[in-house]
Write a protein that binds this ligand. Structure first.
Ligand code: HEM
Length: 458
């Protein structure tokens, strides 16, 4: 076997002498990543920081075979405890997405059972109600709507009602504004190379502090609307996620989560479950709106299964393979969570290179799901890639991540998205009024502006 080469020998751009490639990654992350794959191949090294001993190599692996060891590992070899994530946790709290180590393990043991398909399917009825509301809403006289706005509203209402029950009507407009602002602020804080603790009243901390106070106050306000355990009137049989979090116990220690921990989890579900699913729906419908032939096939399948019903229930979804394939192909081209990073904690060999401990290694569904060696004609929207049998490596397609830190909300998101697609396409023909979408890669990929479509009756 060939001896492995050093990490700084990994092919990649040289970057600007004094600062490396950090700036170009910040300016055009999606373009730089994709050009990296096409120019340098399956592993790319980006020099970060000034030349000399302070310079680091930021490694991006694009091939499924090399993604596997990064994602499938436990915290013995890689960790999510990075500078970026800690900065984000300052704003978003210490829930499942932002924690690491033993703290994360304990949280995952408690939270995971709440997201089994059996539990999640019990939210199908409220998802169907919300989807029918979107589908039956009067369309403006010119038929034009902003798809992204509509989907953001749908997913916020679904995740909000699933978490807190029905008592959130008055908070929807506030959350609608606050959640994306908070996610932007968390990302900005994560990316700051130098930062002072958030409790310090510096000018730079002013906005994130205000947002954090607003969000905590808001979630505390919703939580206080129903009695907590031990208070008169507490109902342990309610099936909203917050009650289930309050009732959940760590299978190892028997311990419950504290009220502060429940607030942090609720906040993480709001953040992780809102823009991601809205993006998956927006991009899929935009693509279907540009491919009327495929859309007709999907709509015919939906009509055959639903008949006169406005929206499907959980049991209908397995009868909608074309709808599912349309969604999966939408998430192939536009994976909401476009990149994730791990810090190595032991030496690893990736694609023939020795990667030492403390190296930041990233994987990106955005690039791998367009890898020309795996996906023929990668830019073409073709849901048939997901019909029938196919023989692809595990990490050829990973919009929900993988391994121990995979998305806990995957079944929830798929159910929610399928129900909306079925309800909307049963009634409406969607026509995209824009060709290409400009994208902003924040915590998730987001369209830069409105996504105009025309809705006409089918
Ligand atoms: C289409 C929609 C969604 C996509 C594409 C998505 C994607 C992802 C990905 C890729 C990860 C792993 C990140 C990493 O490896 O660093 C993740 C983690 C997570 N997601 Fe999702 N997600 C979606 C919807 C949801 C929903 C609806 C919820 C909850 C209601 C949710 C909750 C979470 C949580 C709590 C984690 C952290 C899991 C852990 O670290 O143990 N997600 N998601």
């Amino acid at each position: 076997m060939e001896p492995a080469s050093r990490v700084d020998k990994i092919p990649g751009p040289k970057g600007i002498p004094l600062i490396g490639a950090g700036l170009s990654l910040q300016r055009d992350l999606l373009g730089v990543l994709l050009r990296g794959l096409h120019t340098y191949g399956d592993i790319v090294g980006y020099p970060i920081g000034p030349k000399g001993p302070l310079r680091m190599t930021f490694v991006v692996v694009h091939h499924p075979d090399d993604i596997h060891p990064v994602m499938a590992q436990t915290e013995r070899t890689v960790t999510k405890d990075t500078w970026v994530l800690r900065g984000m946790a300052d704003l978003l709290g210490n829930g499942l997405l932002t924690s690491s180590g033993d703290e994360w393990k304990r949280q995952r043991r408690i939270v995971q059972p709440l997201f089994t398909p059996r539990h999640v399917d019990s939210y199908a009825a409220l998802m169907a109600e919300e989807a029918a509301r979107v589908a039956t809403e009067p369309v403006p006289a010119d038929h034009r709507i902003d798809l992204h706005l509509l989907m953001m509203r749908y997913t916020l209402r679904v995740v909000g009602r699933s978490l807190f029950g029905d008592a959130i009507e008055d908070l929807v407009p506030v959350l609608h504004q606050l959640v994306p602002e908070l996610s932007d602020a968390a990302m900005r804080r994560g990316m700051q190379l130098v930062r002072v603790p958030l409790d310090r009243r510096t000018p730079r901390n002013r906005r994130p502090r205000r947002l954090r106070e607003q969000e905590y106050a808001l979630v505390d306000e919703v939580l206080s609307r129903s009695p907590a355990p031990g208070e008169p009137g507490y109902d342990s049989t309610r099936d909203d996620l917050v009650t289930r979090l309050r009732e959940a116990r760590d299978p190892q220690s028997g311990q419950a989560l504290s009220e502060d921990e429940i607030r942090d989890q609720a906040l993480i579900f709001l953040m992780a479950g809102h823009e991601t699913t809205a993006g998956a729906l927006t991009f899929t419908l935009h693509l279907l709106g540009r491919h009327p032939g495929i859309q007709d096939e999907v709509a015919a399948e939906i009509r055959a299964v639903l008949g006169d019903r406005e929206a499907p229930d959980a049991g209908d979804l397995e009868k909608l393979p074309m709808t599912r394939a349309a969604l999966m192909e939408g998430m192939r081209l536009y994976p909401s969570a476009h990149m994730t990073e791990r810090l190595t904690t032991t030496p690893m060999t990736l694609a023939g290179y020795d990667v030492p401990p403390n190296t930041l290694v990233a994987v990106s569904p955005w690039t791998t799901q367009r890898h020309p060696g795996i996906w023929p004609d990668p830019e073409r929207y073709d849901p048939s890639r997901f019909l029938g049998e196919h023989d692809r490596p595990r990490y050829a397609y990973f919009p929900f991540g993988g391994g121990p830190r995979s998305c806990v909300g995957e079944h929830f998101a798929m159910l929610e998205a399928m129900i909306l697609l079925a309800a909307l396409l049963r009634r409406h023909q969607v026509t995209s009024l824009s060709r290409e979408l400009e994208l902003v890669p924040n915590v998730t990929i987001r369209p830069a502006g409105a996504v105009p479509v025309a809705l006409s009756p089918r």
